[in-house]
Design a protein around this ligand. Sequence first.
Ligand code: HEC
Ligand code: HEC
Ligand code: HEC
Ligand code: HEC
Ligand code: HEC
Ligand code: HEC
Ligand code: HEC
Ligand code: HEC
Ligand code: HEC
Length: 448
Amino acid sequence: MHWRPNNCGRAPSEPWRKRRQAEAVLAAELLPTGTATATSVVFYFVVFLLFLAPPSYAQTKDSCLDCHSALPDPLGVSREKFGHDIHKQTGLTCSSCHGGDPTNDDPDKAMSRQAGWKGKIDRKQVPALCGRCHSDPSFMRQFNPTLRTDQLSQYETSVHGKRLANGDTKVAICTDCHSVHDLRVPSDPASTVSPLNVANTCARCHADPNHMSGYKIPTNQFAEYNKSVHFQALVVRGDMSAPTCPTCHGNHAATPPGVASVTNVCSTCHVFQAQLFDSSPHKEPFASAGLPGCVTCHGNHGIVHPTDAFIGTGSEAVCIQCHTEGDIGYTIAAKIKQQLVQLETAIGGAEQILDSAERSGMEVSDAKLDLAQAKDALIKARVTIHGFNLNRVQADIKPGLESAAKDYDAGQKALAERNYRRIGLGVSLVAIALVLVGLRMYIKQIEG
Ligand code: HEC
Ligand code: HEC
Ligand code: HEC
Ligand code: HEC
Ligand code: HEC
Ligand code: HEC
Ligand code: HEC
Ligand code: HEC
Ligand code: HEC
C-alpha cells in the first residue's frame, strides 16, 4: 500500500475490511494443506493467481512487519508489541505512518523514497505526523465519530508545543506521553496515559533533574503529588474522581494553570468552597495582589488533609502568614477557630456520655442518631469557613451546639435513670433479704 497523504494511508471502507477478512480466511484454509492431491494443485494455482492479482489484493503482505519483527532493538518491532497498538487493531500498518512499499521484501524497494518512505522520523516532525490523521475530522469520523480532533492544535498552545516549535526537543512530544508501536487507548489500564499511569509518564522527565537541568522549574511535582490527598484518593482508594497531573494541567494544553485559572481548576470539583471563596473578603485583595486563590493556602501538588489547626492563630494556622495580632482578620480567625473547637468539644462530651449509657444497657439510639446532625453541622462549618465570615460560621455552629446539648441531656437523663433503677433494685434486694431472714427465723421458731 502506498502512502497517500490526504486519506492517511488507506480508505477504511466496509467492503475493503470484508475483503481482507475473506483473504485471511482463504489463506488460512489453503496454505496448511500440503498434500499433493489434484485439488491442492488447484488451490495452489489459486494462491499463485492471488500473487498476480492487482496490488490491492496483496495488501495482507506486510514486509515491514515481517522483517522488522525479526530485527533487534531499536529497529525491532515485535508482532506481539504491535498487536497491542490501537492503530494495528484499527487496520493501519507500518506504512500508514512511515510510508514505503509493504508488498516488497527487498528492503531497498520497500524503504525507497519513491514509494513514499520517510526515513528516520525526527522528533520535531512527530506532532505533524500524528496530526495528519488526528486533525482531520472527516478521516477520523469514519473510525470513531466521538473522538476529538483538536489534539495537535491544543498541543501547539502548550509550553511543550511552543518550545518544540522553537527547536527545544527535550519537551514532551506525542510519543513521549502515548508511546509508539504499542500505543493503547487511554481507557486501557496499561496505557501510558491512563489515569493511574500518567503521573509516572510525566515524571519520566519532570522528576529527572538531569533532563530538567537548564530549566528554571523545580522537579518535585511528582514527589509532592505522591504525598497528597489527591494521590491517596485516586491511587490508594481508587476514587476515580480525584485529579492527577493532566486533570489540572489539561491533556494536551499542558501549561501551569495561571493565577486566574487556578481557582477554576479546583472549583470544577470543590464547588462549595469555590462559591464561598468568591463571596469572601479574600477574593478582591488576593486577585489584586496576584495571589492564586485556593493554592495560596493549600499549595498545589502536595495538598494534605487540613485539620482545625490550619485555622486560627496557633503556630500551624495558615492565617498568621498574613494576619497579625490586632487586625480584624486575626481576631476573626481566632473566633472562627473557637467556634469550631466549641462544637467539637460539645460533640465529644455528648458522645462520651451516650456511650457510657449505652454500655450500661440504656436505650439511647435516638439520641445517637440525633448526634449525627451535630456532626454534619461541624462538617458544614469547615466548608463554610471559606467565606471567612464569622456570622456564617456561627449560623452552622449554633444548631450543632443545640443538638449536641440536647443529646448530652439525653445521655445525662439515661444515666440518672440507670442510677435510679440501680437504687430501686438495691432497695428491693434488701427487702427480699429481710423477708427471707424473717421467714427463716419464723420457721426456726415453729420447729423449735
Ligand atoms: C528485509 C528487511 C526490511 C524490510 C522489508 C523493511 N525494513 Fe525497515 N529497516 C530494515 C533495516 C535493516 C533497517 C536499518 C537500516 C539502516 O540503518 O540503514 C531499517 C530501518 C527502518 C527505519 C528506521 C530508519 C532510521 O534511520 O531510524 C524505519 C522507520 C523503517 N525501517 C521502516 C520500514 C517500513 C515502513 C517498511 C515497509 C514499508 C520497512 N521498514 C521494510 C529492514 C527492513
Ligand atoms: C501511528 C504511527 C506509527 C506506526 C503505525 C508505526 N510507527 Fe514506527 N515510528 C513512528 C514514530 C512517530 C516514530 C518516531 C518515534 C519517536 O521519535 O519518538 C517511529 C519510529 C520507528 C523506528 C525507528 C526507531 C528508532 O529508535 O530509531 C522504526 C524502525 C519503526 N518506527 C518501525 C516501524 C514498524 C516496523 C512499524 C510496523 C510494525 C511501525 N514503525 C509502525 C510512528 C509509527
Ligand atoms: C494514518 C492515520 C493515523 C496516524 C498517522 C496516527 N493515528 Fe492515531 N489513530 C488513528 C485511528 C484511525 C485511530 C482509531 C480511532 C478509534 O477507533 O478510536 C487512532 C487512535 C489513536 C489513539 C486512541 C484514541 C482513542 O481514545 O480511541 C491515540 C491516543 C492515537 N491514535 C495517538 C496517535 C499518535 C500519538 C500518533 C502519532 C505517533 C498517531 N495516533 C498517528 C489514525 C492515525
Ligand atoms: C504531555 C502528554 C501528552 C502529549 C504530549 C500528547 N498527549 Fe494525547 N493524551 C494525553 C492524555 C493524558 C490523554 C487523555 C487520557 C484520558 O482520556 O484519560 C490524551 C488523549 C489523546 C487522544 C484521545 C482523545 C482525546 O483527545 O482525549 C488522542 C487521539 C491523542 N491524545 C493524540 C495526541 C496527539 C496526536 C499528540 C501530539 C500532537 C498528543 N496526543 C500529545 C497526553 C498527551
Ligand atoms: C519528554 C519529557 C517530558 C514529558 C514526558 C512531560 N514533560 Fe512537561 N515539560 C518538559 C520540559 C522540558 C518542559 C519545559 C520546562 C520549562 O518550561 O521551563 C516542560 C514544561 C511543562 C509545563 C510548563 C512549566 C512551566 O512553568 O513553564 C507543564 C505544566 C508541564 N510540562 C506538565 C507536564 C505534564 C502534566 C506532563 C504529563 C502529562 C508532562 N509535562 C510530560 C518535558 C516533559
Ligand atoms: C490539583 C491540581 C494539580 C495537580 C494534580 C498537578 N498540578 Fe502541577 N500545578 C498546579 C498548579 C495550581 C500549579 C501552579 C500554577 C501557579 O502557581 O500559577 C502547578 C504547576 C506545575 C508546574 C510548573 C512548575 C511548578 O512546579 O510550579 C509543573 C511542571 C507541573 N505543575 C507539573 C505537574 C505534574 C508532573 C503533575 C503530576 C505529578 C502535576 N503537576 C499535578 C496544579 C496541579
Ligand atoms: C478532579 C477533581 C478535583 C480537582 C480538580 C481538585 N480536587 Fe481536591 N479533592 C478531590 C477529591 C476526590 C478529594 C478526596 C476527597 C476525600 O478525601 O474524600 C479531594 C481532596 C481535597 C482536599 C482534602 C479534603 C479533606 O477533607 O481531607 C483538599 C484540601 C483539596 N482537595 C483541595 C484542592 C485544591 C486546592 C485543588 C486545586 C489546586 C483541588 N483540590 C483540585 C477532587 C479534586
Ligand atoms: C485563606 C486560606 C484558605 C483559602 C484561600 C482556601 N482554603 Fe480551603 N481550607 C482552609 C482551612 C483553614 C481549612 C480547614 C478547615 C478546618 O478543617 O477547620 C480548609 C479546608 C478545605 C477543605 C477540606 C475541608 C472541607 O471539608 O471543606 C477543602 C476541600 C478545601 N479547603 C478546598 C479549598 C478550595 C477548593 C479553595 C479555593 C476555592 C480553598 N480551599 C481556599 C483555608 C483556605
Ligand atoms: C495570603 C495572605 C492571607 C492569608 C493566608 C489569610 N488572609 Fe485573611 N485577608 C488577607 C487580606 C489581604 C485581607 C484584606 C483586608 C486586610 O488587609 O486585612 C484579608 C481579610 C480577611 C478578613 C476580613 C477582614 C475585614 O477587614 O473585614 C477576614 C475575616 C480574614 N481575612 C480571615 C482570614 C482567616 C480566617 C485566615 C486563615 C484561614 C486568613 N484570613 C488567611 C490576607 C490573607
